[in-house]
Design a protein around this ligand. Structure first.
Ligand SMILES: O=C[C@H](O)[C@H](O)COP(=O)(O)O
Ligand SMILES: C=C(OP(=O)(O)O)C(=O)O
Length: 357
């Protein structure tokens, strides 16, 4: 009798991963990290509930590829975070998973050696090590939840989560968000569609039951309670920005119509700056000006920033990588980051007391 392969025809291997509990046991959450993460989430919830009048800023590299440079960045950001803490709450952008338009490097977890060896097992452990060190430095982390299983490995170290423009409409990502322990920012679609993000916030606010894994790595029916801290992130789309007052007001109206809190974060990067990093300070200045003119729905901003401006292609010889420079989207450099955030903090100082509490 002839045997035909009938399943997994296009799968070349199943390589076992250590379970979340095994990785947690190797790299346990320290008491200091636990309290930093819990405090970070609480501040963010307070901002979204208007018990804290500050704005939060998720700022940092488009992606982490070199932990030494990433932590060098983090130490500088911590000094800046302390300096502006009266008006702005800084969360470091720690993106380990990159959604690609077609193909490309998918991030530090997927391919930590950047050589197509795809050591996800090592990447997950290295990502956890990075987050633990970041917590020791004293900064909360914000990340994109792209892989539906990663939160079981890293979720205890995350204070803010984004669902990206390419996955906001995905049921899987809405389900995961309904169970995440952090506030979740849903981006509008790459074509500028805000309605999908509003539907995502509504969906994630409800309980769901879906397939996932538990701490032992066993396939489980995950049953969630719903996450009431979903909010909208405007990132522009279809080559056009949407941080202007008219777009913001339309988004406010859409949130109100859906019965959702009017909580809007502006991503200063991506289509809001035509992917030109040098325009990000202008977007931030405009958002700050809208707050100064009385806008009450703008609660946060996002910036793609690194030690060095621009980006670089991943070279074959990794020793040729430029230190502190993005290997994904182009970023603003450290000096511009300091200036734009200091300017924002100074300008917001006088208006924060007049924001609705
Ligand atoms: O911020 C990151 C990128 O915009 C996103 O991962 C898409 O990148 P790509 O269009 O280069 O694939
Ligand atoms: C992929 C990202 O953004 P977006 O989903 O808005 O394209 C990102 O911020 O890395």
């Amino acid at each position: 009798m002839t045997h035909f392969a009938i399943e997994n025809i296009n799968v070349s291997a199943f390589d076992a991963m250590p379970s979340p509990e095994e990785i947690h046991a190797r790299l346990p959450l320290s008491p200091a990290a636990a309290s930093l993460v819990m405090n970070g989430r609480e501040v963010l919830r307070n901002i979204l509930d208007r018990r804290d009048r500050r704005l939060f800023v998720v700022v940092g590299p488009c992606s982490i590829h070199d932990p030494i440079a990433g932590l060098d960045y983090a130490r500088r950001l911590k000094t800046l975070a302390d300096e502006v803490s009266e008006t702005l709450y800084l969360v470091m952008r720690v993106y380990f998973e990159k959604p690609r338009t077609t193909t490309g490097w998918k991030g530090y977890i997927n391919d930590p050696d950047m050589d197509d060896s795809f050591r996800v097992d090592q990447g997950m452990q290295l990502a956890r090590e990075f987050l633990l060190e970041l917590a020791e430095i004293g900064l909360p982390a914000g990340t994109e939840a792209l892989d539906p299983i990663s939160p079981q490995y890293l979720g205890d170290l995350i204070a803010w989560t984004a669902i990206g423009a390419r996955t906001t409409e995905s049921q899987t990502h809405r389900e995961i968000s309904s169970g995440l322990s952090t506030p979740v920012g849903f981006k509008n679609g790459t074509n500028g569609d805000v309605a999908i993000a509003i539907n995502a916030i509504l969906s994630a606010s409800r309980p769901h039951s879906f397939l996932g894994i538990n701490g032992q790595g066993r396939t489980s029916i995950v049953r969630t309670r719903g996450n009431r801290y979903g909010h909208l992130v405007l990132r522009g789309g279809d080559g056009r920005p949407n941080y202007d007052t008219v777009s913001v007001q339309m988004a406010e109206q859409a949130l109100g119509k859906a019965g959702l809190p009017r909580n809007i974060v502006i991503d200063c990067s991506h289509a809001n700056s035509y992917k030109k990093p040098e325009l990000q300070p202008l977007v931030m200045a405009d958002v700050v000006n809208q707050v100064r003119l009385g806008n009450q729905s703008l609660v946060g901003m996002m910036v793609e920033s690194n030690l060095v401006a621009g980006n670089q292609a991943i070279p074959e010889d990794l020793s040729q990588l430029k230190y502190g420079c993005s290997v994904t989207d182009a970023c603003v450099d450290w000096e511009s980051t300091e200036k734009m955030i200091r300017d924002a903090a100074r300008l917001l100082h006088e208006v924060l007391p007049t924001r609705t509490g």
